[in-house]
Design a protein around this ligand. Structure first.
Ligand code: SAM
Length: 257
């Protein structure tokens, strides 16, 4: 039974980290004319209303995107997505990663998304009628479709880590994906936890993919005692220039603490 709903956390500092670097990577990918594939294994509902009861209850967007918007230039791809979203859906709308992909990519590109939760999946389909939105297990979907057509592209894996085994099983899954898709950029998001539950997963990932790019930012917990104190991205075959973009972003996060 899935209970995680991203609406409680949409626009928080982890989203700022993940979404701004995702938008930057997608813009990089489309600098060449050739079409690309975008795959997302854990899509969520794509469009969030930050004035919804759930979002207001946690207030995570206030200490997230509301504060961080000024960190980015007006022409940054993340800000272009935020602007496109609010112009179309109202001032309190916020784009999830699948919507950012639809906004940043072109008609010739292919977008395939998995979301297992029935309501989230329904909302995803309503928000993104042009994308392929499968109500299926994202890990299995990735296995079944790699390598994709077109072969160039990016896959985002953004689990909710509700199943504690995820930390043990993800490195093995990713090893298979990276072998099956030997030209694709593969991006895993993970939380930095006071419990250290993510450590062994990162050790395995780094052993399996010594050339990957790992980027972490820290921030104050959303609530006193909350276990998440940062956000991480593990990127296999990072686009050229990602390290520089990520380093700029990190200086902003460092200034928070
Ligand atoms: N990537 C989204 C974003 O940044 O806008 C947020 C996704 S949220 C962290 C994780 C989503 O994965 C939830 O909506 C949850 O219902 C869904 N989910 C959980 N297990 C899944 C699975 N095995 N396959 C596909 N979706 C799953």
């Amino acid at each position: 039974m899935l209970s995680y709903q991203h609406i409680y956390h949409a626009g928080n500092l982890a989203d700022v980290h993940k979404h701004s670097l995702l938008a930057w990577m997608l813009d990089y990918l489309i600098r060449r004319d050739k079409p690309v594939s975008y795959i997302e294994t854990h899509a969520g509902r794509a469009l969030y209303d930050l004035s919804a009861e759930e979002a207001v209850k946690t207030g995570e967007a206030d200490s997230g995107i509301v504060r961080a918007r000024s960190w980015f230039s007006d022409d940054h791809p993340y800000i272009r997505s935020l602007r496109q979203t609010t112009e179309l859906h109202g001032e309190t709308a916020y784009p999830g990663s699948p919507l950012i992909a639809v906004q940043r990519l072109r008609h010739s590109d292919t977008i395939t998304l998995a979301e297992l939760h029935p309501t989230e999946h329904l909302n995803l389909e309503l928000a993104l009628p042009t994308a392929t939105c499968r109500r299926t297990d994202g890990f299995a979907m990735a296995h079944s479709m790699l390598p994709p057509t077109p072969r160039r592209g990016l896959m985002l894996i953004d689990p909710s880590y509700e199943i504690k085994d995820d930390y043990q099983t993800i490195p093995g899954q990713i090893k298979k994906y990276a072998r099956a898709w030997n030209v694709g950029t593969i991006v895993l998001w993970y939380p930095i936890l006071t419990s250290g539950a993510h450590h062994s997963m990162l050790n395995s990932l780094e052993n399996n993919h010594p050339d990957a790019f790992r980027h972490e930012v820290r921030f104050p917990p959303a609530r006193p005692g909350h276990g998440m104190i940062g956000s991480g991205l593990f990127v296999i075959r990072p686009p050229f220039g990602l390290a520089g973009e990520a380093a700029k972003l990190k200086t902003r996060f460092d200034a928070l603490s």
